[in-house]
Design a binder for this molecule. Structure first.
Ligand code: HEC
Length: 166
């Protein structure tokens, strides 16, 4: 009888320890906030489906900065998603503001985490959300995946002097 109790207690303690571990793994990821009002924004961790996107989720640093292939792909996505039409072919501004810094309309866009949030969830001032599931209310599969946002960002940063990983 006593032995059984000890086993139960031991099980309970290790379940607690496991729970703590899971909570820690979760806490290791950065948390996102909207550019609209700074409120917390949940992005499904499963969407971060490349090693680079996972690394960004853990650190807030964009591993594609300076990577020529990622930059070339990001440039294509910038055109495909019509960013060019509002921000200009060199991201220096057209209808929308220039994106190359060093100053930004939203100061947080000097960081890659901040700019990711702006591209993902949009702003109240004319920039629509581009994140997958948010961009198009008629088609939840439409929009950029985190890995694609990071590549677009790598291209934008390659046009200016701020890397965003400072
Ligand atoms: C229909 C026009 C339009 C399109 C298309 C568009 N944007 Fe924007 N974008 C804007 C406007 C307007 C703003 C300024 C928003 C504000 O002041 O709130 C903006 C702001 C931004 C900012 C913040 C700049 C700063 O100074 O803080 C980023 C980053 C950005 N856009 C990236 C993108 C990317 C990447 C794409 C393509 C995936 C894109 N935009 C597509 C109009 C557009």
């Amino acid at each position: 009888m006593l032995g059984n109790k000890v086993v139960k207690v031991a099980f309970f303690v290790s379940a607690l320890a496991l729970g703590g571990l899971a909570a820690n793994v979760y806490a290791d990821n950065i948390s996102f906030v909207t550019t609209q009002d700074g409120s917390p924004m949940d992005i499904d961790a499963a969407l971060f489906d490349t090693p680079e996107a996972q690394s960004f989720l853990a650190t807030g640093k964009n591993p594609y900065i300076g990577n020529p292939e990622a930059i070339a792909r990001g440039h294509k996505i910038f055109n495909l998603y019509s960013c060019t039409q509002c921000h200009g072919p060199e991201a220096k501004g057209q209808v929308g503001p220039g994106l190359i810094g060093p100053t930004f309309r939203y100061a947080k866009d000097a960081t890659n985490k901040g700019m990711f949030e702006t591209i993902w969830h949009g702003t109240n001032g004319g920039m629509g959300a581009k994140g997958i599931g948010l961009m198009d209310s008629t088609d939840p599969s439409n929009g950029l995946k985190p890995d694609e946002v990071l590549k677009v960002q790598a291209w934008i940063r390659s046009m200016g002097s701020v890397t965003g990983n400072e």
